[in-house]
Write a protein that binds this ligand. Structure first.
Ligand code: CA
Length: 84
């Protein structure tokens, strides 16, 4: 495993662990604001993947200014979450 692969694996693992123990809401992957995580949110992340963006509505779920594997991991980890 190369350093970038190890970094990616550790990032995804840390996101998954933090989501498991986060007591505040569970729909972190909701980009569209409809209080659910589904194909529309995945589409937003994939459409902006690799881009520098300023908002969760553009797929930056973890608010680090980029849409990358960490954001995709959050959407997948909270897939089919509904807060209604
Ligand atoms: Ca991000």
């Amino acid at each position: 495993m190369t350093d970038p692969e190890l970094f990616s694996a550790l990032t995804v693992a840390s996101i998954c662990i933090s989501l498991l123990f986060d007591p505040v809401g569970s729909c972190h992957g909701d980009c569209t604001g409809d209080r659910a995580v589904d194909g529309r949110d995945l589409t937003v992340v994939l459409a902006n993947f690799g881009e520098a963006v300023v908002s969760i509505t553009q797929g930056d779920v973890n608010d680090d200014g980029r849409v990358d594997g960490a954001d995709l991991a959050i959407v997948l980890a909270t897939w089919q979450c509904r807060e209604w």
